[in-house]
Design a protein around this ligand. Structure first.
Ligand SMILES: [Mg+2]
Length: 262
């Protein structure tokens, strides 16, 4: 019986090249074709947000489809190859791990007998080249993506393949709407990673942080960024993490304490 720990990728373990490099390049291409400055990056993000708000989460991460469609709608007669751009921009310092403890922590967890899986809403073809370059593929046993399983977080069916031969000890992620709700649905501890916690929270344990008053503005800011209108009324239980960490190595504290309380 495997003991899985599942990880979100973007904003949790790694920075991908989309917002910093691929979207700006696409904006340059579109502006050159139109012979005038066009806010194509904004248009891509608006379309991504629209699909997310309509719960078309798999389609929201299909950048070849979104980009091709928007380009056609602008009357531009050319194609773009997003995968070629991912491969070309997947070099340091354009892509990076989000803290220095990421790889050592994954290594430690493997030594402690855990099986590790990425559970991401990004498509496999876009995520794998970045993960490979950053050394993440050396430590991950499985990579679960919407194009491979036909659904996306927070749909708990994303974990079906992992649960066939094991149980999940925790899910680690940076989003309330995708990651914390996913963990709630699976009835496993949700570990919220947020680099930039208020200094007053740093001396608390990951468990204490999850129920301290200083966390409330952090959760509301995350929810506002994720456009969770529900949160403006009240922050319901399904958004709440069981643990809050500021860098990945603090995950080790969460697992020790949760295994102590069966
Ligand atoms: Mg994320």
């Amino acid at each position: 019986m495997k003991r899985w720990i599942t990880f979100d990728l973007d904003g949790t373990l790694m920075q991908n090249p989309f917002s910093g490099w691929i979207f700006p390049e696409l904006e340059e291409i579109v502006s050159a074709e139109l012979k005038s400055s066009h806010a194509f990056k904004r248009q891509l993000m608006d379309e991504h947000e629209r699909l997310l708000s309509e719960e078309q989460i798999v389609a929201a991460y299909d950048w070849d489809e979104i980009c091709g469609r928007l380009i056609r709608e602008l009357g531009i007669n050319r194609t773009v190859d997003i995968l070629e751009m991912v491969n070309r921009h997947s070099v340091a310092p354009k892509i990076f791990l989000l803290d220095d403890t990421v790889l050592p922590t994954l290594e430690r967890l493997k030594k402690n007998g855990y099986s590790l899986a990425a559970v991401t809403n990004g498509f496999y073809k876009y995520q794998y080249p970045v993960m490979k370059k950053l050394g993440l593929t050396d430590w991950l046993d499985e990579i679960v993506t919407p194009d491979r399983v036909g659904c996306s977080k927070p749909d708990v069916r994303m974990a079906d393949g992992l649960l066939r031969d094991g149980k999940i000890a925790a899910h680690v992620g940076d989003r309330l709407d995708h990651d914390m709700i996913f963990a709630r649905g699976l009835e496993v501890p949700g570990v919220l990673i947020h680099r930039g916690l208020p200094p007053s929270m740093m001396s608390l344990s990951p468990k204490e942080r999850a129920c301290c008053p200083e966390l409330e503005p952090v959760l509301h800011e995350l929810a506002a960024n994720e456009k969770q209108r529900e949160v403006f009324a009240s922050l319901t239980e399904k958004f709440r993490p069981a643990y809050v960490i500021g860098e990945l190595q603090e995950l080790l504290e969460c697992l020790d304490s949760s295994e102590d309380t069966p």
